[in-house]
Design a protein around this ligand. Structure first.
Ligand code: MBD
Ligand code: FE
Length: 311
């Protein structure tokens, strides 16, 4: 091991200067976070004797990550997004907020702007020969058990190739294919008529998969459907369910699976009358329980950059 320099006056001074810690201008919070993260990096370099070649490999990796537009994908794969959920869950518990449908990560593939329909929306726009019909429906209630009328349930999921519209490299999907939004009816009910998704896999040549290969991890998710549930009177819920029986349910590269988020899939007939592509279809009932605002506010609303498209 080479000599340790982290605790020297020179390095501590360098860290402070780099974050302009002693300057009175600039964003104090930003300085605090930058100084800490940079310090932790410097310390790791010292402790693990990380070589210049390794440091430059890391710097170059960040360039590729940005070029590939995969920073948020990597955040999911490294458990950073899950970690934020763990922290929000703990904060909820400390505030005495329980009984709601568990949250789970948003992931990087939401697109804002899906047309909002009343009660029911058929969201499969493009034909997909390998996907059978699926109806997803349920009730939105508060923790008091009362239906939440006029809540907006948004959903988004992959097609039979594991691709999401807007991010589909094959260009096979229209802007809001397999993405929808419905307002709950007077009984708090919502319904999506759609097609069965399959699991997602990270782009094989992308920066995320490159990192995962280095540590012998896969970059796959079980088949799943994402939701936002929004209402003026309750906190926004960000969640997903997994499709029961998928072999990756407990081996999700993004760590989003939770016991309460694996609803049963049932076989039904009568799809023709619902406008589905076959009479036999799969049905998933999934009810949402929303938690109340805290002192009139949603204390856990997450702001992040999201894609948008025009409906
Ligand atoms: C997905 O579909 C997803 O939900 C996450 C979290 C990461 C990559 C693809
Ligand atoms: Fe997803």
């Amino acid at each position: 091991m080479s000599a340790k320099v982290f605790d020297t006056e020179e390095v501590q001074g360098l860290l402070k200067a780099a974050a302009n810690f002693d300057g009175k201008d600039g964003n104090a919070r930003f300085k605090q976070i930058l100084n800490r993260l940079l310090g932790n990096l410097f310390k790791a370099i010292d402790d693990l004797d990380i070589t210049p070649d390794e440091v430059w490999a890391g710097v170059n990796y960040l360039n590729k990550l940005g070029q590939d537009g995969e920073a948020a994908l990597l955040a999911a794969g490294l458990g950073l997004e899950k970690y934020l959920d763990i922290r929000m869950d703990a904060a909820d518990k400390a505030a005495g907020l329980d009984g709601g449908t568990p949250r789970t990560i948003e992931g990087p593939l939401y697109v804002a702007g899906a047309p909002v329909r009343e009660g029911i929306s058929k969201i499969d726009i493009n034909p997909d020969a390998d996907a059978g019909p699926l109806v997803i429906h349920g009730t939105v209630t508060g923790t008091d058990g009362k239906p939440v009328v006029g809540a907006v349930v948004e959903c988004w999921h992959a097609n039979s190739k594991g691709f999401y519209s807007h991010f589909d490299p094959t260009g096979a999907q229209a802007d809001f294919n397999l993405r929808g939004a419905v307002r709950t009816d007077t009984n708090g009910k919502y319904e999506f008529r759609t097609l069965m998704p399959v699991g997602y896999g990270c782009p094989a040549q992308g920066a995320t998969q490159q990192l995962l290969n280095e540590i012998a991890r896969h970059g796959n998710r079980p088949a799943h459907v994402h939701f936002f549930v929004t209402s003026g009177s309750h906190r926004k819920l960000t969640t997903q369910f997994n499709i029961e029986g998928d072999p990756l349910i407990w081996d999700d590269f993004a760590y989003a699976t939770r016991e309460e988020l694996i609803p049963p899939v049932t076989e039904k007939t009568g799809g023709a009358a619902l406008g589905l592509k076959a009479d036999a279809y799969k049905d998933i009932e999934f009810n949402f329980t929303l938690t109340p605002l805290l002192q009139g506010k949603d204390n856990q609303l997450v702001h992040r950059r999201r894609a948008t498209a025009a409906a």
